[in-house]
Ligand binder design. Sequence first.
Ligand SMILES: C[S@@+](CC[C@H](N)C(=O)[O-])C[C@H]1O[C@@H](n2cnc3c(N)ncnc32)[C@H](O)[C@@H]1O
Length: 392
Amino acid sequence: MTSADQTKRNYERRPYPNTDPKKIVSGGGTLPPLGWMQAIGRPGRPAPQRVLVAGCGTGTEAFAVRREWPDAEIVAVDFSPRTIAVARRVQRAERLVRPITFLTADLTDPGLARLTGGDFDLITCHGVLSYLPQPGRVLRHLAACLRPDGALYLGVNGEAHPATRLRPWLASFGLAVDELKDERRLRTLLGLWDSLHDDDLGELSTMSASYLGGDICGPHFNNWPLAQWRAEANRCGWEIAGTAVHPMALRLTMERAHHRELFPASPADLAATFDQARPAGFHRILLRRAPAGGLDVLAPRPSAPALCWTGFFSVRFSTPKARRPVTATLRCPTFDLRVDLPLTIAQVDTLRALAQTKLAPATWKNTWMKNEASRRTLWLLSALGAVAVQAT
Ligand SMILES: C[S@@+](CC[C@H](N)C(=O)[O-])C[C@H]1O[C@@H](n2cnc3c(N)ncnc32)[C@H](O)[C@@H]1O
């Protein structure tokens, strides 16, 4: 039996995250805010019309997408027939006005775009690619399912995922970890592990059997640093538009002006640099198809790219006073972020226009690229996620 078959069998036995209709319909759990996916993944674009939930489990993620975008067409696929049967049963009981199309489909199938109808604005794939031997195959198939201005959200394991150390540790006690078999013994050992760990992951010994069967036990794990996920994605024609961690980390570096060392790193470089210093257990990554010239606002290119306001921050300006720079206060309630930036009057004008109309005039480069200080401010705005190169 291949490791993919074994993974499928595990999920057939224990559909993820559970089979309880109430929890499935109301849970959102570990998904990052969907508004963030839209703002950073599809900057300057209206709400998505078609969304694919790739590896949807029993439907929690798809129902969360339905709540966020009530008018979108949603297709949700999973390769476990039992899992899809649970999702359909829950949906029937819910009587949604706009039902979700739940399909049994394998993401490694080259015919995925045809099976799902393709043409998606947004794809979410949370907690799936870490357990596949060849995640690159799926990244290519998902690319074929996406519109050119679309985005892919990936939730994947990082180097610091507990399973990285836990699996060899459990094996040292003689436990077979490729499949969740001896659940009682596993829970006893996890209790021992929990007593030695006081982190914010919660008590592993109390997690559901579906979680333990998928996230701790299983035949295959890609617990990779961000740099490795990035390299794999780049190979398949994707570029990182943002991560859910790097804006907060960047903000921390700004407290004592250490961020200057990082200029002019792209959001993807920043994310990899931060992850190298402080490895994450789980990455929340937004990817776009790699356009010519990339997504970096500072990248040299023949014509000025359309710069747009992502809508992920609000901005307020201080009252102009003689010979004092104006301060722009950017706030992002979702990530509890506040940043103060000193601006020139010309910068205030374009930023105000940008925040109001969402799109900068084609001449924005004259204001923002003219000297090192302006470029650094533009870089900060882009690295935090307030402005972006519009998806083409
Ligand atoms: C950890 S669960 C995550 C479910 C859901 N995304 C969530 O966050 O609630 C992983 C899901 O991916 C599905 N899966 C794994 N490999 C797959 C593949 N090659 N094709 C389709 N689904 C797959 C599994 O059956 C399982 O339901």
